[in-house]
Design a protein around this ligand. Structure first.
Ligand code: ADP
Ligand code: ZN
Ligand code: ZN
Length: 732
């Protein structure tokens, strides 16, 4: 008996056994392979599930097994390695396997739609047809002609056959005789050759040589290269070799906004079919790109986070650019790290993985220092540009206009007059983070979160940046009806207003998620800025991610103190990464750039470190401090979170869980909590967290399994939601 063991999308962390559909032929049964989609009745619904295993026995009695409704694919759509990757991820992240498999499929296939191979509709010979000798079917000249054509090619597009004068009646008669069949004809392959590019400098050449000399198979490499050191150039060179070997390269990038630039650079370099996968695609586009990756017609696949699960026909190389970027971690639902999944994938696919960053995560640096990853460094900028010089600007007792000191305003003017571009970093969008009544002290709070609402003056709205709630900007105080409302604090919208007034001869571009709406906005702005005319760029994190703005001569961080007092254990790491990345936008072409940090704490160690040490050196200091706390990468961490409308319930739930799991937890795990999350109420839910820390990964994994199993046996209020987050990025 064949039992189908299936991953069924849904909240349950288990596989489900089904019998094959009633009329399944022996042939289909014997060909069953993990990765095939199966339609199944589940409760009162029908779902698309994924075959994980064909088993001989089920622990359920045969009478209780339901029958699957249909086997949707005659062959698995995922290669065996990707099935293994999904199973691994389900186990490692303690997430329902069906949901993990969903991440590997585009929407249409998740919904059970038939799979259609890419390419053009066409014709090819059947096995029987291939058995015919040349010159066969001589009695029917049209059929003989068609046969001869198909004997000369593996397959032909229907349009071409028609063009050559073969009507569809002829093909249909051949089809009836089972001599020809319909098929999809793949597009003619591209050569995959590279169009040159700059001569690698000495450092780059050494890294490229080391990468190419690595033994075949899996190996993980960390490329730690200062901003503008030519990391992308290194990627392009190793991809070139990968394509020459007839293999595909998968390139992960952190931001959808970077895809146009990355794609343009890759298209210029390679005569290759490049598939792009990101969340901004329509379902049909995404399906087509996925299919080209799967069937191997795309030689290069560029994508954001979820592309880590794209099937590849012949993977040869996986690159994760800006590997430190927090956006590689999915923060809801299936909480995986695309970087870590990519490394595991390289292991399963037996291909090298290259992680690159100017500011690698402490995890990856640690892995390199202990020899798990091979470390490669680029310490100079490519093409002779100098690294920018950094200085603090002490703003204590200085007059500030929209957060800008006189000295900074002068420096901006000076740079603009010297025909340079200026980049100003302010990591807060909106006009101001607080609206307050001058008469009674009322403050605009979000009704669903423990947070203030941000003033968005242009849209005349108050918005909560935590839950998305918004309401009209009040004209008067709802408490005392005074019309004397004040804003406090600074956002990009306000800074933009002041800058436009003060520097009216020059364009001011604001770059944040409010101003950059729509798919084209960012690439249009990048094109505009890359024309090189003097201008001010003012923006949030969005500005700092990988973009090249060669004409920027001055970078200023308007509020370098904003991140100084973070409670998160990654706070100092994040700050050093962000400031280094911001600074890295300066001075990329010719003129050495300047970076100014406005601060009230010029003597703070984290600010001082920015001035005297590069990121690599700072990172090694931070690692030593991290080691003292036992936090990752020196320990392994998970967070179990509860969300509930009732403020007590979530805490009680986690406390009960802690007590229930405690006797079964392996030694070497410490539990912390339950504690209220730093932002305790969000979107009307009260949030608590229970942390578990262990010095060994295996111990943490065993502990996670105990915790998840314990929850399964607990009764909780219907409106209580719990989640488990392995290797959490932020504790919030
Ligand atoms: P990164 O990815 O490290 O930020 P890039 O690869 O984008 O760096 O390179 C930064 C700039 O230097 C780009 O404009 C690139 O074309 C140029 N560049 C890279 N390598 C070289 C080289 N060997 N010679 C000249 N210019 C180079
Ligand atoms: Zn008031
Ligand atoms: Zn809110």
């Amino acid at each position: 008996m064949s039992i189908l063991r299936l991953a069924v999308p849904g909240p349950l962390r288990q596989l489900f056994d089904y019998l094959p559909p009633p009329d399944t032929s022996e042939e289909v049964l014997s060909a069953l392979t993990p990765g095939q989609r199966v339609q199944v009745p589940f409760g009162r619904r029908e779902l698309t599930a994924y075959l994980v295993e064909v088993a001989a026995h089920s622990h359920l009695p045969a009478g209780e097994l339901r029958q699957a409704a249909a086997i949707l694919d005659s062959r698995p759509l995922l290669p065996a390695t990707l099935v293994q990757l999904c199973e691994w991820a389900a186990r490692y992240y303690h997430h329902p396997a069906g949901e993990v498999f969903n991440a590997a499929f585009p929407q249409a296939l998740r919904a059970g739609k038939p799979h259609r191979p890419s390419g053009e509709a066409g014709w090819r010979l059947t096995r029987r047809g291939r058995g015919l000798p040349r010159g066969a079917l001589a009695r029917s000249p049209r059929q003989a002609e068609a046969l001869a054509m198909l004997q000369a090619a593996a397959s032909l597009p229907a349009s071409l056959v028609k063009e050559r004068g073969i009507g569809s009646a002829v093909l249909r008669s051949l089809e009836k005789k089972q001599l020809v069949e319909r098929c999809q004809v793949p597009p003619p392959p591209r050569t995959g050759t590279s169009r040159g590019g700059p001569q690698p400098n000495r450092e780059q050449a050494a890294v490229i040589a080391a990468l190419l000399a690595a033994p075949p198979g899996f190996g993980c490499h960390l490329l730690e290269g200062v901003t503008g050191s030519g990391k992308t150039e290194v990627y392009l060179r190793v991809i070139e070799h990968c394509l020459q070997a007839g293999r595909q390269a998968l390139v992960l990038i952190p931001e959808i906004g970077l895809t146009p630039q990355t794609l343009a650079r890759f298209t210029r370099r390679f005569d290759a079919d490049i598939a792009v996968l990101h969340s901004g695609l329509g379902d049909a586009e995404r399906l087509r790109a996925w299919e080209r990756a799967r069937d191997g017609s795309a030689q290069i696949v560029i994508g954001t986070r979820s592309a880590a699960f794209t099937p590849l026909h012949k993977p040869g190389l996986i690159i994760v650019d800006e590997e430190h970027d927090a956006s590689y971690k999915q923060q809801d639902g299936f909480r995986y790290s695309a970087r870590d999944v990519a490394v595991k994938r390289g292991q399963l696919e037996a291909c090298p993985v290259l992680l690159g960053s100017a500011t690698p995560s402490l995890e990856s640096i640690h892995n390199a220092l202990v020899g798990r990853y091979q470390l490669h460094r680029l310490q100079q900028r490519a093409g002779g540009a100098a690294l920018p010089t950094m200085a603090t600007l002490d703003v204590r007792r200085q007059e500030l206009v929209a957060g800008l000191s006189r000295a900074l305003l002068d420096a901006i003017e000076h740079a603009l007059r010297a025909n340079q571009q200026v980049l100003l970093f302010l990591n807060r969008r909106g006009y101001a983070p607080t609206l307050q009544c001058h008469d009674c002290g009322w403050v605009a709070q979000c009704t669903s979160c423990d947070a203030r609402m941000t003033v968005h003056r242009r849209q005349r709205r108050l918005r909560c940046h935590h839950c998305g709630a918004s309401r009209q900007l009040p004209e008067s105080c709802p408490q005392c009806h005074s019309r004397h409302l004040l804003t406090a604090g600074l956002g990009t919208e306000q800074a933009e207003e002041v800058l436009r007034e003060r520097f009216s001869q020059w364009p001011v571009h604001r770059v944040d998620s409010d101003s950059m709406q729509g798919r084209q906005a960012m690439s249009e702005l990048v094109d505009e800025v890359n024309r090189g005319e003097p201008a001010i760029l003012l923006g949030t994190q969005m500005l700092t991610k990988g973009h090249h703005f060669p004409a920027v001569g001055l970078v200023a961080v308007i509020d370098a103190d904003a991140m100084l007092f973070s409670a998160d254990f990654r706070g100092e790491e994040r700050m050093a990464q962000l400031l280094t990345q911001v600074a890295g936008r300066a001075g990329r072409a010719g003129t050495p750039g300047r970076v100014i940090l406005q601060t009230h704490y010029p003597d703070h160690p984290a600010i001082q470190a920015m001035l005297v040490a590069d990121y690599a050196e700072q990172a090694r200091g931070m690692l030593a401090r991290r080691q003292a706390t036992g936090m990752p990468p020196f320990g392994y961490l998970l967070v179990l979170r509860s969300d509930c409308r009732d403020p007590r319930e979530g805490e009680d739930f986690l406390q009960a869980l802690r007590e229930r799991a405690a006797p079964e937890l392996p030694g070497g795990i410490s539990l912390i909590g339950p504690l209220p999350s730093p932002l305790q109420r969000r979107a009307g839910m009260f949030r608590f967290q229970l942390l578990a820390l262990a010095s060994e990964r295996a111990t943490l994994q065993a502990g996670a399994a105990v915790l998840v199993a314990s929850v399964a046996g607990m009764r909780a209020r219907r409106d209580l939601k719990w989640t488990i987050d392995i290797d959490p990025q932020d504790l919030f």
